[in-house]
Design a protein around this ligand. Structure first.
Ligand code: ADP
Ligand code: ZN
Length: 737
């Protein structure tokens, strides 16, 4: 019998971020299992902790005793415990942060949240004669009607507490431990929509599906990428893949971006797998989240549909994990643990010998590169299920507009098309990307944007110091007065916000009804779906919005999409800017030509020859991929390397730089042949009065450095400094601003 336990203290603190050993008192040795929570003494206080492992021996001489056991059953599965360790190493987070990611917060709270006591009739109850004890009869009848209930619930429903005790004494009821949700009626049962049937797969679909089936039949972890244009029928393949898994007695998981988890989407899955789906997303109430979690634990839910964090759901015997729209940035968590759902899913696929299926119309460069280099991992679909063609896209060179003396933010072509939409009483969508802030400098004559010579990202203007700065390597140059490319003098900031566009449209079409959707107008809880419905029902002519209108919206009457300035994402000081631009343009273009009237897309830009824009206009992923991959190869960016970003922040500029320099020096000694960039100011140099400085390690197989880096981070936190400087470590960050 193991006598010692390795425990992680449940405190968010760097000081206790290591396993502690405790002695297990004799009477607890039989009960205690890894994954349970315990109470332990720490200094002169008492804390909760998670049992990672049981040990037969320890090298530590004097050990304190575990005070008590919190859970009757392990809260964490063996898989989750192993996953936590990996997560903490890979994404450089505290073990306790990793453990917390495994379980919803509501599930962790309270003393014994996993279990409740319920009153349940015994086999003797059927023959009981209670004619002379009406109160007991009432209580028992309630239980027969409703099933086992917690005592307070039973009493609330009208049972007398003395009567319940008498029943228990007579052996007519017993008190048992149950998991919440086990005995409840399923409140979703009535809400369920119609049951749907699988479609007969088209040829292309069938070919892809067969290969997925083959992969599922081999008991080996495999990663596959389904690259299919929008409406090529990817979802149908997911559904049939899941059905196949269930037939084999396995379970399945499908992750979608949060914004895609609409009620229709959920209904769609529940229609195909009635009663077997658990849905997990951030808008669920705590009680609802607990209930869904419980359904997974007790094996009732065999398919998990959810957003990013659902990747940790405690499914057993996983056969298939699907990540739809795998390129979406929302799969990366931007706070500790800074994990990517794709990486976690792949770990779980390996653990379970399952298939990981990634799906997208515009796959991330990393995923396409990997699938393309592995035999049989790339599945492709190039035809739409519906006969409607992808919309034609015209690229408008805004420099030509200026030369022709046309200074409006709308080009002549866009104006002409807008007039047509208004005349025919159709709908248009105008898209502005606000993510590009007015921080870059552009020549309005030739479209030239100042870039760093060694990093290939645009330089950011620092007005206060009058310099252009590279936010990867800290290279600086003076702000130019004439354009270094064409010697022109019309150098400007670039910006066009949603409000500005709205004003311009109002001037042009005073009679038109407009809806503007951006962070300001959709702050209210239901604003988003309200506007969506208004526009879908045709109660407005023009919808103006930021990227929140680019994704997933289905408006059959939209016949025109105008992209006001494609360059705003292109010029972000981030090496992923061309990829984001391509994805965004492809997505926005997909918002039109969804109905019988077809549709057109107009893209305004100062870079009509940029490969992101040309290839998006031609709906040509492959050409985009090849050009962009070559750029990444030249600069050794992912997929040719991994990045590890250290972001330092604090209110004192000098202290932040000092801290960054200290750790960067140590990293330089440890990093071997990996490149170290920085410390350099982050693009968003000052946020809420915090200065932000970062250092980036660029290299292959950075995970091999993880143990050393962990030590350095620990040393960093133990440094005695007058001014604390926050450190956030991010492995393969998706956004480097
Ligand atoms: P994607 O996920 O690739 O965008 P969907 O799976 O949503 O595409 O498919 C688009 C539409 O085509 C959906 O309405 C879907 O029900 C329908 N569909 C998919 N496959 C078939 C098929 N084999 N036969 C008929 N309709 C299909
Ligand atoms: Zn110029």
């Amino acid at each position: 019998m193991p006598q010692y336990a390795e425990i992680i203290i449940d405190l968010i603190s760097n000081a206790v971020d290591r396993p502690f050993h405790y002695h297990i008192p004799q009477e607890m040795q039989k009960q205690l299992k890894p994954g349970m929570r315990v109470e332990v003494p720490l200094g002169n206080r008492r804390c909760q902790g998670y049992v990672l492992r049981l040990l037969h021996e320890t090298s530590i001489a004097t050990l304190k005793d575990v005070s008590s056991i919190v859970d009757l059953k392990p809260l964490l599965t063996a898989e989750q415990l192993a996953l936590s360790r990996w997560l903490s190493l890979r994404f450089h987070c505290r073990l306790v942060d990793a453990l917390h990611a495994m379980i919803p917060a509501s599930f962790r709270k309270g003393r014994r949240p996993g279990e409740i006591k319920v009153v349940e009739p015994t086999g003797l109850a059927a023959e009981a004669d209670l004619k002379r004890a009406p109160a007991q009869k009432t209580a028992l009848d309630l239980l027969k009607q409703k099933g086992p209930l917690p005592r307070p619930e039973l009493i609330r429903l009208g049972a007398n507490s003395q009567a319940v005790r008498s029943l228990e004494k007579k052996g007519l009821v017993k008190i048992v431990t149950a998991l919440p949700g086990q005995n409840e009626q399923d409140p979703d049962q009535e809400l369920q929509g119609p049951v749907t049937r699988p479609h007969l797969l088209r040829e292309e679909q069938a070919a892809c599906f067969d290969r997925i089936k083959d992969a599922l039949n081999i008991n080996k972890p495999q990663k596959m990428l389904l690259h299919g244009i929008t409406a090529s029928g990817k979802t149908e393949i997911y559904l049939q893949g899941i059905a196949y898994c269930l037939e084999q007695g396995q379970t399945a998981m499908i992750l979608v971006p949060e914004i895609a988890l609409t009620p229709q989407m959920i209904e769609h899955f529940e229609g195909r797998f009635p009663g077997l789906i658990a849905v997990l997303h951030s808008r669920l109430s705590q009680a609802e989240k607990n209930r869904q979690w419980q359904q997974i634990l007790n094996g009732k839910a065999r398919v998990v549909l959810g957003a990013r964090s659902a990747v940790f759901a405690p499914l057993d015997r996983i056969g298939l994990i699907i990540i739809d729209e795998e390129h979406e940035t929302t799969y990366k968590q931007e706070e500790s643990p800074r994990y990517h759902a794709r990486d976690v899913a792949w770990w779980r696929a390996r653990y379970n010998r399952a298939v990981l299926l990634l799906g997208s119309a515009t796959p991330s460069l990393e995923s396409y590169y990997e699938a393309n280099s592995n035999k049989g991992a790339l599945l492709q679909m190039q035809e739409r299920v519906t006969p409607i063609q992808l919309p034609p896209v015209s690229v408008i060179d805004m420099r030509e507009e200026l030369k022709a003396g046309h200074r409006s933010i709308f080009s002549r072509s866009l104006l002409q098309e807008l007039n047509g939409v208004m005349e025919r009483d159709e709908q248009a969508l105008l898209f502005i990307n606000r993510r590009g802030f007015a921080g870059f400098v552009l020549c309005r004559e030739c479209g030239h944007v100042l870039r760093c010579s060694s990093c290939d990202v645009s330089l950011t203007l620092h007005m206060d110091r009058q310099v252009m700065c590279c936010h990867y390597c800290a290279h600086e140059t003076a702000v130019p007065e004439i354009c270094p490319a064409c010697r022109g003098t019309k150098i400007r900031y670039f910006s066009a916000g949603t409000q500005r566009v709205e004003e311009e449209v109002k001037k042009l079409y005073p009679q038109a009804t407009l809806i503007r959707m951006d962070r300001d107008t959709t702050a209210g809880r239901h604003a988003h779906s309200l506007y969506y419905r208004q526009f879908r029902e045709g109660r407005a002519n023009i919808l103006i919005g930021t990227q929140m209108i680019a994704k997933g919206f289905d408006f059959p009457n939209v016949t025109l999409v105008g992209v006001i300035a494609a360059d705003t994402t292109l010029n972000l000081p981030d090496f992923r800017a061309p990829e984001r631009t391509f994805q965004l343009l492809t997505q926005v273009a997909g918002r039109t030509a969804r109905g019988p009237r077809g549709g057109k897309v107009i893209v305004q830009t100062y870079h009509p020859r940029h490969h992101s824009i040309i290839t998006a206009a031609n709906h040509d992923y492959l050409s985009f991929y090849e050009t962009e991959l070559e750029n990444r190869r030249q600069l050794a960016y992912p997929p040719f390397s991994d990045l590890l970003r250290f972001l330092f922040s604090g209110p004192e500029e000098a202290a932040v730089f000092e801290a960054a320099s200290w750790l960067t020096g140590k990293l330089q000694e440890a990093a071997g042949d990996a490149d170290i960039l920085g410390p350099a100011p982050a693009s968003l140099y000052r946020i809420k009065q915090q200065y932000r400085v970062h250092t980036i390690i660029k290299g292959k197989n950075l995970t091999r450095l993880a143990p050393q880096i962990k030590k350095l981070i620990k040393a960093y936190h133990q440094r005695k400094t007058p001014e604390p400087v926050r450190l956030a470590v991010d492995f393969n960050p998706q956004v480097v601003l």
